[in-house]
Design a protein around this ligand. Structure first.
Ligand SMILES: Cc1cc2nc3c(=O)[nH]c(=O)nc-3n(C[C@H](O)[C@H](O)[C@H](O)COP(=O)(O)OP(=O)(O)OC[C@H]3O[C@@H](n4cnc5c(N)ncnc54)[C@H](O)[C@@H]3O)c2cc1C
Length: 402
């Protein structure tokens, strides 16, 4: 067992870290100022994307990249430390075309798109020319149990009518977002078992009958690309179906495995950043005659954060290693485990860092408040903790009694 990164991964780490330091970090204040006005800072992002692509730091997340598709083909284990570096500035993954939800959408298109769907949607996504969103969650149903989804995808001649209300569709307000992947019930008669009753279908955003109703704030924070509530009552051609009718659940599983691990990798970077800030503040802030770092409780917070981050990173790397060796399905339980560990870790470490900063930790003078909010959201994104705990518990129980 070797705990070091191989030389090629080390080299990539250095290149991504340098790119972030030289090009992304200096642009962050201007990006934040623009985003605060509710605008997607495209003028900042597009030149950076061009540069990243030219340097071969592109589509790093996709192990199944094929000959001729743009980007650098990496394993999950190689990609993990790079995602960690990108996580430190939450908008940066788009610069490398590694952002959610596009990464998950590209994975499923890579897996099951027809040649026409590839031409129209996958190729522009891989090139970073367009963006996409993913509409599964609904306001009216407990969406952690997708067998309750109410949106329907019903055949009408050689078209499908998609009808229903979705929310938390991330990215629908991004000016480059051109297509939604919508999950809904295609077995409208209710005759099939629930795992064959749902489908996924491509809905171009300019389809008449698709209405973005609002951008939902996440703990009072409005993101410029939007977490949107959307009303669908649209007709799309039958060839927009992804895979076969009834394969929605199978495709959802394929999509969420890698997507979940990518979130966890970025979380580690955000926790590392919080710990660095916490240490710097503890050393420089003087109270009661000495630096905060002299207090035993502050030292405990620092030590606990270091230990917990390292534990979580090891679990994530093991899950990535299993995905590479045995496939996404074999890593399912490990991915559920790290999803719980990483999301909980993020709020714990960020909470400690905020406390060390005093009231300043709650302002936007540091990234801490936003990163805490994101950590809290991560306990729902791609499934709440409780659903993942259930997956881990079931696997353990299956191992059998004595
Ligand atoms: C910032 C953000 C971005 C998001 N982006 C997207 C997106 O792009 N596309 C999309 O489709 N969705 C998105 N989501 C939605 C997210 O995937 C859902 O919130 C999540 O799947 C949970 O569904 P729900 O909110 O309907 O909770 P519900 O299903 O109503 O669950 C509520 C609570 O019930 C409990 N619970 C549920 N099941 C169990 C169980 N088996 N055992 C014990 N307790 C249980 C849990 O405590 C859970 O938190 C996003 C969410 C956030 C916060």
């Amino acid at each position: 067992m070797d705990f070091g990164y191989p030389p090629d991964t080390e080299l990539l780490r250095t290149r991504v870290a340098r790119f972030m330091a030289e090009h992304v970090a200096p642009a962050d204040p201007a990006w934040q100022a623009e985003a605060k006005l509710g605008r997607m800072p495209l003028a900042i992002m597009e030149p950076l994307k061009e540069r990243a692509r030219a340097e071969g730091l592109w589509n790093l997340f996709l192990p199944s990249l094929k000959q001729g598709q743009p980007g650098t083909r990496l394993t999950n284990l190689q990609y993990a430390p790079l995602a960690e570096i990108m996580g430190r500035i939450p908008w940066s993954p788009e610069i490398f075309n590694c952002n959610s939800p596009d990464s998950g959408n590209m994975e499923i298109l890579q897996l099951c798109a027809t040649p026409e769907q590839r031409d129209r949607w996958l190729d522009p996504l891989l090139a970073g020319r367009i963006r996409s969103c993913f509409s599964m969650t609904e306001p009216g149903t407990a969406s952690s149990d997708p067998t309750t989804l109410q949106t329907t995808i019903a055949r009408e001649g050689n078209q499908f009518r998609v009808r229903g209300r979705k929310w938390f569709t991330t990215g629908a307000l991004h000016p480059n977002c051109k297509v939604a992947i919508v999950m809904g019930r295609s077995d409208t008669e209710g005759t099939l078992p629930s795992h064959n009753a749902y489908s996924m279908i491509l809905v171009p955003l300019d389809t008449p009958g698709m209405r973005v109703l609002r951008n939902l704030p996440i703990m009072n924070h409005y993101s410029p690309e939007g977490h949107c509530e959307i009303d669908y009552d649209v007709l799309v051609p039958a060839e927009n179906m992804l895979g076969q009718e009834g394969e929605g659940f199978a495709i959802a599983q394929a999509r969420l495995g890698p997507g979940r691990i990518h979130h966890c990798m970025r979380t580690i970077g955000q926790c590392e950043l919080a710990l660095e800030l916490m240490v710097a503040r503890a050393k420089s802030r003087i109270a009661f005659g000495g630096p905060l770092s002299g207090f035993a409780n502050i030292q405990d917070w620092i030590a606990e954060s270091r230990i917990e981050i390292d534990q979580a990173r090891l679990l994530i790397l093991r899950a990535a290693w299993t995905m590479d060796r045995e496939g996404n399905k074999a890593a399912r339980v490990d991915v559920s485990a790290i999803k719980i560990v990483a999301a909980r870790l993020q709020t714990r470490v960020l909470d400690r860092a905020i406390q060390v900063f005093g009231a300043a930790g709650l302002t936007d003078d540091t990234p801490l408040a936003y990163l805490w909010t994101w950590g809290r959201a991560l306990r729902f994104i791609d499934g709440p903790d409780e659903v993942h705990l259930r997956t881990v518990a079931r696997a353990e129980l299956k191992k059998g009694a004595l």
